[in-house]
Design a protein around this ligand. Structure first.
Ligand SMILES: Cc1cc2nc3c(=O)[nH]c(=O)nc-3n(C[C@H](O)[C@H](O)[C@H](O)COP(=O)(O)OP(=O)(O)OC[C@H]3O[C@@H](n4cnc5c(N)ncnc54)[C@H](O)[C@@H]3O)c2cc1C
Length: 449
């Protein structure tokens, strides 16, 4: 049996590992030249051995598959594990910096108002009996028709609380609240609650010492040694044909085009680049619709290193171009430090229209203004995931109506073609989900062989 896997991110690598362990031969195709996909740690533009993650950055306490992988490859968590409410440390509003202590002077009771709104958004989670099937919620159609923006309106938030709610949506879902189904939020919360209960732990997040990219690199390097695995970098999937006897793919690489055949095909990458692939066998209409229309949120991460750390610690929300600012190097040694801007939704998309150098310049100027930074700027990067050819977005977001119409459809095989990746996981939008989806699809293929 031979399976073709497209994408050497955590989903494709996990699928490959599980298949090879069952004695299946795998050809793993990767359009780029590295393992890890949306895990990508940047080191070379910084001094003092500091680094920042341009894609995935935190591993949650409940992400047991990721913790297992980290342990296996000797990768350590870094710093103190924290709940997400720490993002409310300070606010930059209308040219002034407010701390959690004096924010009441601007907006009395803002955090209580936000908590009430979050409780409303989370309240439907109890109806999700099985987080892998949110479409079976008793009020699925009604909830799926409501967006996070509708819940913000219902909550009657003041402009400051509204900014926090919008920034949370742009950060967690990489999307404007108008583009997030409230049933999707319920699914995510139900998953988090059920995992925390099952594992008997608190849901916290923590960074990775040395950055997240090394996890996929370690797994990929191990797979390179397997007699069952052939890995082809710089090889892009461009065409697919399938029938009862097998699947034939056309790929494009440095040597031109070639065809490869197998018993099954796993598409373990974002759907956006796959929408350019020539699928010569017609897709069923519901699958075609979901495949071409599932939402993806844009994120631009920009991280600038300054010679001295001279800023308000902790996470900050801003009404400026930077959206959210924090110090990803807070647990790294050295007197220099890195500031990160995490910009999602419409503004993340708008930033993508500028060159990387322009983005770094604009964001660095904003950082200087907010924190009054005067020390020298050493280096920086800016990555707009929506502008990257192999990704086309940061991660999937189920928009209004998409849980009921697309969730289950995308998780079923289309003949010999199986989807893997964060977008079809229960733990949607996370590295954990990528691993989960890759292993699940491999198991499905082995079981049906
Ligand atoms: C800005 C940002 C912040 C994030 N933060 C976190 C976080 O803090 N914690 C967390 O757990 N997760 C986070 N994530 C999500 C996490 O990075 C992803 O869920 C996960 O890495 C996705 O893995 P994947 O294998 O599904 O896809 P990918 O990592 O995208 O891998 C797919 C691979 O397929 C390749 N490919 C694409 N098209 C083709 C083609 N036609 N032919 C061949 N190869 C192709 C790509 O080059 C890529 O290497 C973040 C993501 C982003 C973008």
């Amino acid at each position: 049996m031979r399976v073709i896997v497209v994408g050497a991110g955590l989903a494709g690598l996990s699928a490959t590992e599980s298949l090879a362990a069952s004695g299946v031969d795998v050809v793993l195709l990767e359009a780029g030249h590295r393992f890890g996909g949306r895990t990508r740690t940047v080191k070379d533009v910084y001094i003092n051995g500091q680094y920042a993650d341009s894609g995935a950055e935190w591993v949650d306490s409940i992400h047991w598959r990721m913790h297992d992988l980290m342990q296996r490859f000797g990768v350590k968590p870094l710093g103190q594990a924290m709940p997400w409410t720490t993002i409310r440390r300070w606010l930059y509003w209308d040219g002034k910096l407010f701390t959690a202590e004096n924010i009441d002077t601007l907006s009395p009771g803002v955090f209580q108002a936000i908590e009430k709104y979050e409780a409303l958004a989370d309240s439907s989670a109890s109806g999700v009996q099985d987080p892998s099937r949110p479409d079976l919620h008793p009020d699925a159609a009604q909830l799926d028709a409501l967006s996070l923006a509708d819940l913000i309106t219902q909550s009657g938030l003041d402009p400051v609380a509204k900014l926090f709610a919008r920034r949370e949506s742009q950060g967690e879902f990489a999307s404007e609240p108008e583009n997030v189904s409230s049933l999707f939020v319920a699914q995510q919360r139900a998953f988090e609650q059920s995992e925390a209960t099952k594992q008997g732990i608190e849901h916290l997040s923590q960074r990775v010492a040395g950055g997240t990219a090394q996890i996929a690199i370690a797994l990929g390097s191990q797979l390179q040694e397997s007699p069952h695995v052939t890995i082809k970098f710089g090889t892009r999937l461009v065409g697919v044909e399938q029938d009862d006897s097998g699947v034939v793919v056309e790929v494009e690489g440095a040597q031109g085009r070639e065809t490869l055949s197998g018993n099954a095909l796993i598409l373990a990458c974002s759907l956006v680049p796959l929408r350019r692939v020539d699928f010569r066998t017609a897709m069923p209409s519901d699958f075609h619709e979901a495949f071409h229309n599932l939402g993806y949120g844009p994120i631009t991460k920009t991280a600038v290193q300054f010679e001295q750390r001279s800023w308000e610690s902790g996470y900050g929300t801003t009404d400026s171009i930077s959206q959210r600012l924090y110090d990803p190097s807070v647990d790294q040694t050295g007197s220099s430090g890195i500031l990160m801007s995490y910009c999602g939704g419409d503004a993340g998309q708008r930033l993508a229209e500028y060159s990387e150098a322009e983005r770094v310049e604009m964001i660095a100027a904003d950082m200087r203004q907010i924190h009054g930074i005067t020390s020298a700027q050493i280096g920086g990067f800016s990555r707009s995931w929506s502008a990257e050819k192999n990704y086309g977005g940061a991660y999937a977001v189920y928009q209004t109506g998409q849980i009921t119409s697309y969730w289950n459809v995308l998780r079923q095989p289309w003949g010999r073609v199986h989807l893997a990746g964060e977008h079809v996981a229960t733990c949607n939008g996370y590295m954990e989900g990528a691993v989960e989806s890759g292993r699940d699809v491999a198991e499905r293929i082995v079981r049906s062989a």
